[in-house]
Design a protein around this ligand. Structure first.
Ligand SMILES: Nc1ncnc2c1ncn2[C@@H]1O[C@H](COP(=O)(O)OP(=O)(O)OP(=O)(O)O)[C@@H](O)[C@H]1O
Ligand SMILES: [Mg+2]
Length: 1020
């Protein structure tokens, strides 16, 4: 070959070398026309064009003439420079280069720092999320993949005897094209080595978790890429496909993904994801590499799917690497892999292909050598495969970093509004709580999606999501726009942060009810209350002719009518077991779910399990009629079967969620077509602290400006918390007169026009002293008790073995009566029937005296005497009443006299003994006092450690003389006869008692008994 021709050939070869060659050629032409050429070593700037525009060796390459011999060094320099720029750091560094040292070290150390860049700084990227989970925002994502080194292109000497030059050979993949590697069957291992090298570079250089790999290997079953095994657990690589059938399944999925991305992301506006990203939109999709370690013979539709993936995939970040065998088709026939679109080819050849004789790249001897479609006839030296320790280190680091990324919650700050309370709730509520492929995901509670259902297994992030919603809404809407009823049926105290606790006085200004570790009865009471609010709204709407909340608000400008949201965590607890409580809960839920829309009442219910809720399944159609109203579903990680119940029978998507906080948001009643994959925000404690401070100060300013309604403190219910008499609002309001009759319920909107707090006494009706015993599992009133009217049966017995509860009830009952008594209006005799009861008897006497009333404590031995004196006192009062002649009500008001017996049943032996003179026993006196005392305002309050003991003491004819009792730790069955032969379903346990009052609600009900009083406590 002549010198001129040799030069010409080389120039052409180098010009087409690497992906940049086409534009480089233009530049070189321009350069050639200039008088001054740059120094050969001077790097040329990158052209910025796509690295691998489709270039193939031009057939006339060997014949085009050029005299520009001096261009060769320039072209070489330019090519090398481009390779350096486009394949920087780990994308282009040789395996022995220092750039890999930190990777090796981290791998050796065995504890890579997840999230730390494993690559050189210029290619390290933060802010990319876990596989399949959207990125947080465009601003955080800067990674732009370029080329990936596979070896070198050898440029033979220009003149005989000269020195060969070399240029790095790099191919494009991510956002570039596909790759085909063609080898002889017996040299397949080399091809696999090339793949191994490429994967090592790609995984190490791209952000952790941003690349996903699928391998098909029917020959070696993944052995050649086994070093990447740790990536499987992290979800970066899927298990190796070894059969054609499985590959066909994956191809169907991949082509569907490509279709989805093409339509949803590119949408006709962008040619590729890369272009979309350049326009400032989040990338939102991982790169997917399909590695076929054999060319598969596929069924027609699968072959079409593969062709489609190859053709359209690169624009969508989906790329195919194929390792094919040279001899797979008859000579001259078109081989299957020839059809792979957008593919550069690396192939091993031993004859220089169809190149003319004298091919400068032809190797010595017969040894096959590599060629690349990018470098034409020039011989390529491909790099050795990466050393196994390096593969292992990369796999380990990337797996750890991907797992870390998967666990890294998105920042909730971006979801909060710039200004507090700047939204109007007339048309509905909206709150962004998560991040999806296109940025923040907003949940709406409006006419279309009125209520929401949240599901997910334990620890999946349900409560966190509820907190996101509550804080997010509280930040956007003022307390006059939105009121919350927050109920938690779990022992966890998620909602405790909305009520004052310890030294943190924060109260969520929007909260009307906060229930923690709630009892089912309390939950039902809240639902009943909100239902009553709904009825009031219906009346108000009728009055102004409004059809919905918006109309009502428009008709009554400035009067409030906030939206009401009931948030219930673990609501299924309220609906299990199937009993009166759950039936009532279901009926309220059903009505609120069906009618809430018009009245601005929204339900947000969360549960670990929706299957097996008896109360819903017991009545056919209840489940449908309630949950059919919940268009908005948010499914966190759960089982496939729960996913079907929570979303819809055909929707198993929540079963495939991997990480905490990953969720499917579905606004179409769970229909699979409505699935949106999101990542729920996790609010940092510092962020919440700031928000809470802002909410508090905004509320202070609000209430300073106008004595805004709705600023009353929330009703806080903590299931396991003791009821403290001294903190009880009703007890604290007592001031020497009987507690007022309860005329009003709480069933009014805090912001309802004309609202007044209930509690005023009705004219004409005189209240009797109320012995407070505990707190109802209800919203109202603040305490419950037994009215000690001058009527038969008005005695109070505490029954059962729980000492703490029993003492607390007697303490509270007597102390609260002391607080209601006028001057010298009360006299109390307290008998500690066992010596052990003396201290609690003393405390009680002390508290009574603190109210200026008389109290005396008697030792066990005095029981008989005190009973006799009390019955004498009753008799005396009867006589004086008879003397007046018109009965006690018309005589001067007798002071209330109480006989209090601690551990009354312990006195049984003493009471049975008859007085030798009068032939009266203590039991006779006891029965006399209980029967005749109340009418004379002498009442017995005592603790028997079991219902049977009281009944024995009273005898069969006197059981009705104790008309009110409180059971502490007694099974319901044992209360049957005392409750007037009615079964008692209310439960007693620690901190729970059952109150029965024949003159009150004739139904036994569960209450929280007041805790025992302590010594030295100031009464007021
Ligand atoms: N969106 C999130 N992002 C990151 N971590 C989260 C997220 N949500 C929850 N977590 C983590 O998971 C833990 C459990 O979350 P959470 O209590 O919300 O789950 P849950 O589903 O309510 O659990 P349980 O069923 O036990 O009540 C949280 O303490 C938090 O550490
Ligand atoms: Mg929870």
């Amino acid at each position: 070959m002549s010198g001129t021709r040799r030069v010409r050939t080389l120039v052409t070869g180098i010009q087409t070398c690497l992906g940049e060659a086409l534009s480089l050629a233009d530049r070189l032409e321009a350069l050639a026309d200039q008088v001054e050429l740059p120094e050969p070593d001077a790097p040329l700037a990158g052209t910025g064009t796509r690295p691998t525009d489709q270039l193939h060796w031009p057939d006339d390459a060997w014949h085009t003439g050029s005299s520009a011999a001096q261009r060769v060094p320039i072209a070489l320099s330019a090519a090398a420079s481009i390779a350096r720029e486009q394949a920087p750091a780990l994308a282009g560094a040789r395996w022995s280069a220092p750039a890999w040292t930190p990777v090796r070290q981290a791998g050796l150390a065995g504890h890579p720092t997840p999230g730390e860049p494993v690559s050189a700084p210029e290619v390290s990227v933060q802010g990319v999320s876990a596989p399949g989970v959207p990125v947080q925002g465009a601003a955080e994502r800067h990674y732009r993949p370029g080329l990936w080194r596979v070896g070198r292109v050898i440029v033979p000497p220009l003149l005989p005897g000269g020195v060969a030059a070399e240029v790095p050979l790099a191919v494009s993949l991510l956002d570039g094209g596909n790759l085909r590697i063609v080898v002889d069957r017996d040299r397949r291992g080399e091809g696999v080595g090339v793949v191994r090298g490429l994967l090592t570079r790609v995984l190490a250089a791209a952000p952790a978790g941003s690349v996903r790999v699928i391998v098909y290997d029917p020959y070696e079953l993944g052995a050649g890429l086994a070093g990447f095994a740790p990536l499987r657990a992290a979800g970066v690589a899927s298990p190796t496909l070894t059969t054609r059938t499985r590959l066909e399944g994956v191809l169907a999925e991949l082509s569907a993904e490509v279709g989805r991305i093409t339509v949803d992301r590119l949408g006709g506006r962008f040619a590729s994801l890369r272009e979309r990203e350049a326009a400032g939109l989040p990338r939102a999709e991982p790169w997917r590499l399909l590695v076929l370690l054999a060319w598969p013979s596929l069924a027609d539709d699968a072959a079409r799917a593969l062709a489609a993936v190859a053709a359209q995939g690169p624009a969508c970040g989906v790329h195919v690497i194929v390792l094919a065998e040279e001899g797979a088709a008859a000579p001259g026939a078109r081989r299957g892999h020839d059809t792979l679109a957008h593919a550069e080819t690396l192939w091993l050849t031993d004859d220089g292909g169809n190149r003319p004789a004298g091919d400068p790249g032809r190797p010595e001897g017969d040894r096959p050598s590599w060629r690349c479609s990018l470098s034409g006839p020039l011989r390529c030296d491909l790099d050795e495969p990466p050393p196994p320790d390096l593969v292992a280190a990369v796999a380990q680091i990337v797996a750890a970093a991907a797992a870390h990324e998967a666990a890294r919650p998105p920042n909730a700050r971006a979801l909060l509004p710039e200004t507090l309370w700047s939204f109007d709730a007339a048309g509905g509520l909206a709150v962004p709580v998560a991040f999806g492929p296109d940025g923040p995901v907003t949940l709406r509670f409006d006419d279309d999606t009125v209520h929401a259902l949240v599901g997910g297994q334990a620890g999946a992030g349900k409560s966190t999501l509820l907190l996101d919603v509550v804080y997010g809404l509280a930040a956007r809407y003022g307390p006059d726009q939105l009121r919350f009823h927050l109920l938690d049926f779990k022992e966890g105290l998620e909602f405790a942060q909305f009520a004052p606790r310890g030294d943190d006085p924060f109260v969520l200004p929007h909260a009307d009810t906060i229930g923690m570790d709630s009892d089912r009865e309390f939950g039902v009471a809240v639902l009943r209350h909100v239902r009553a609010l709904m009825q009031r709204r219906a009346l108000a709407m009728r009055a102004v002719g409004a059809r919905d909340l918006r109309g009502l608000r428009a008709a009554q400008v400035g009067t409030g009518w906030p939206r009401i949201m009931i948030v219930i965590d673990e609501f299924q607890v309220m609906l299990t077991p199937l009993d009166a409580v759950s039936r009532e809960a279901v009926s309220h839920l059903e009505v609120l779910a069906r009618q809430g829309r018009a009245y601005g009442i929204h339900l947000l219910l969360a549960s670990q399990t929706l299957s097996g809720i008896d109360a819903l399944d017991a009545t056919a159609g209840k489940r449908g009629s309630i949950f059919g109203q919940f268009a908005l579903r948010i499914a966190l990680r759960t089982s496939i079967s729960e996913s079907r119940v929570l979303l819809s029978t055909t929707n198993e998507a929540a079963g495939a969620l991997a990480g905490v906080g990953e969720a499917i948001v579905n606004r179409r009643n769970g229909h699979p077509a409505g699935n949106e994959l999101v990542r729920v925000a996790y609010p940092e404690p510092a962020l919440l602290a700031t928000l809470r401070a802002s909410l508090s100060s905004a509320n202070v300013s609000r209430t300073n400006v106008s004595r805004a309604a709705g600023n009353r403190p929330p009703k806080v219910f903590v299931g396991h918390a003791p009821a403290l008499l001294d903190d009880n609002p009703l007890f604290r309001s007592l001031a020497g007169t009987p507690a007022p009759l309860d005329r009003g319920g709480p069933d009014r909107d805090a912001l309802d026009p004309g609202h007044q707090d209930p509690g005023h006494q009705d004219d004409g009706e005189v209240a009797e002293p109320l012995a407070l015993v505990g707190v109802p599992l209800d919203l109202h009133p603040a305490a419950v008790g037994v009215r000690l009217s001058p009527l038969p049966g008005r005695n109070l017995a505490v029954l059962g073995p729980l000492r703490r509860e029993a003492v607390g009830v007697l303490h509270a009952a007597v102390t609260s009566l002391a607080a209601q008594a006028g001057p010298d209006g009360l006299g109390v005799d307290i008998v500690a029937v066992t010596g052990e009861m003396a201290p609690v008897a003393d405390i009680l006497a002390e508290r009574v005296r603190a109210f200026g009333q008389a109290a005396e404590v008697h030792p066990p031995a005095a029981l008989r005497r005190v009973l006799a004196q009390t019955s004498d006192a009753v008799r005396a009062r009867e006589e004086s009443a008879l003397a007046v002649g018109t009965g006690p009500q018309h005589g001067p008001a007798q002071p209330l006299r109480l006989l209090v017996l601690f551990a009354a049943d312990a006195g049984r032996g003493v009471l049975e003994a008859k007085d030798p003179v009068s032939r009266r026993s203590g039991l006779d006196d006891l029965r006399f006092v209980t029967r005749r005392g109340p009418v004379q305002r002498v009442h017995l309050l005592g603790w028997w450690r079991g219902p049977g003991r009281l009944l024995d003491d009273l005898g069969p004819t006197h059981r009705d003389d104790v008309g009110a009792w409180i059971a502490v730790g007694v099974p319901g069955n044992d209360l049957f006869s005392l409750a007037g032969n009615r079964s008692v379903t209310a439960v007693t346990s620690a901190n729970r008692a059952v109150l029965f009052d024949r003159n009150g609600q004739a139904e036994a009900r569960t209450i929280i008994p007041f805790a025992p009083l302590q010594r030295q406590v100031d009464a007021r």
